[in-house]
Design a protein around this ligand. Structure first.
Ligand code: HEC
Length: 190
């Protein structure tokens, strides 16, 4: 049955399903912002919007909704707009008013936090550029995506310029890994 074949290939693609949960958060997309104000509310809204866009992209990558390159570009640009300086400027030192889930370690490891924020933007831009590239096939794609993972250690992945020329799945995977990496270090695990 074709269902079986699909499942097999997606199993390779979505060994990353747990990763996606890390990207979106266990509370999913219905996190409560009740009581949040100021910069905390702003960044929660910003993250929620990045989460909604990531979810829509994941549905397309997984074949749950039809792949639409123009929509991928739009969603990726939306995420990119929430990364980089737009992200870091919403984390002034010590901004830990409830109900924030941010951890104080952010300001002890600011350069890593900043690096992850810029990486999020760069990978989202790469995904926008990759939107029209051939999709990851059952073999070619998974090989590509596995590539470059641990070569440089730490958070370092393949350069965004290379991802821009690869199947869109590759940039998307790096993007969600970046969300998860930041959440793992800098967001309260509820
Ligand atoms: C540089 C670090 C960093 C990156 C990169 C990052 N996040 Fe976050 N994210 C956080 C922090 C910190 C919080 C908690 C913010 C707070 O509660 O004040 C958060 C919270 C969230 C939330 C919960 C928002 C809510 O409703 O309260 C979602 C959803 C989320 N992020 C999604 C994403 C997605 C999707 C990506 C990648 C496309 C991403 N984040 C990338 C640091 C990051």
């Amino acid at each position: 049955m074709t269902q079986r074949r699909r499942q097999a290939s997606y199993a390779v693609l979505w060994a990353g399903a747990a990763l996606l949960a890390g990207a979106l958060g266990s509370a999913g997309l219905v996190a409560a912002h009740t009581g949040a104000s100021g910069v905390v509310k702003e960044r929660m809204d910003q993250m929620k919007d990045a989460g909604d866009a990531t979810k829509a992209l994941a549905d397309m990558m997984r074949g749950k909704s039809a792949y639409d390159a123009a929509a991928v570009r739009r969603l990726a640009d939306r995420i990119a707009g929430h990364g980089g300086d737009a992200l870091t400027e919403n984390f002034p030192e010590g901004s830990l008013d409830p109900p924030t889930e941010a951890r104080p370690e952010i300001w002890e490891n600011w350069s890593r936090f900043e690096d992850l924020a810029h990486r999020m933007e760069a990978y989202a831009r790469a995904l926008a550029k990759a939107a029209d590239n051939p999709r990851a096939g059952d073999q070619a794609g998974s090989g590509m995506m596995g590539q470059g993972g641990g070569m440089m250690g730490g958070d370092a992945g393949p350069p965004p310029e290379r991802l821009a020329k690869a199947p869109p799945e590759a940039a998307f995977r790096r993007l969600t890994q970046t969300c998860s990496a930041c959440h793992k270090s800098f967001r309260v695990d509820k």
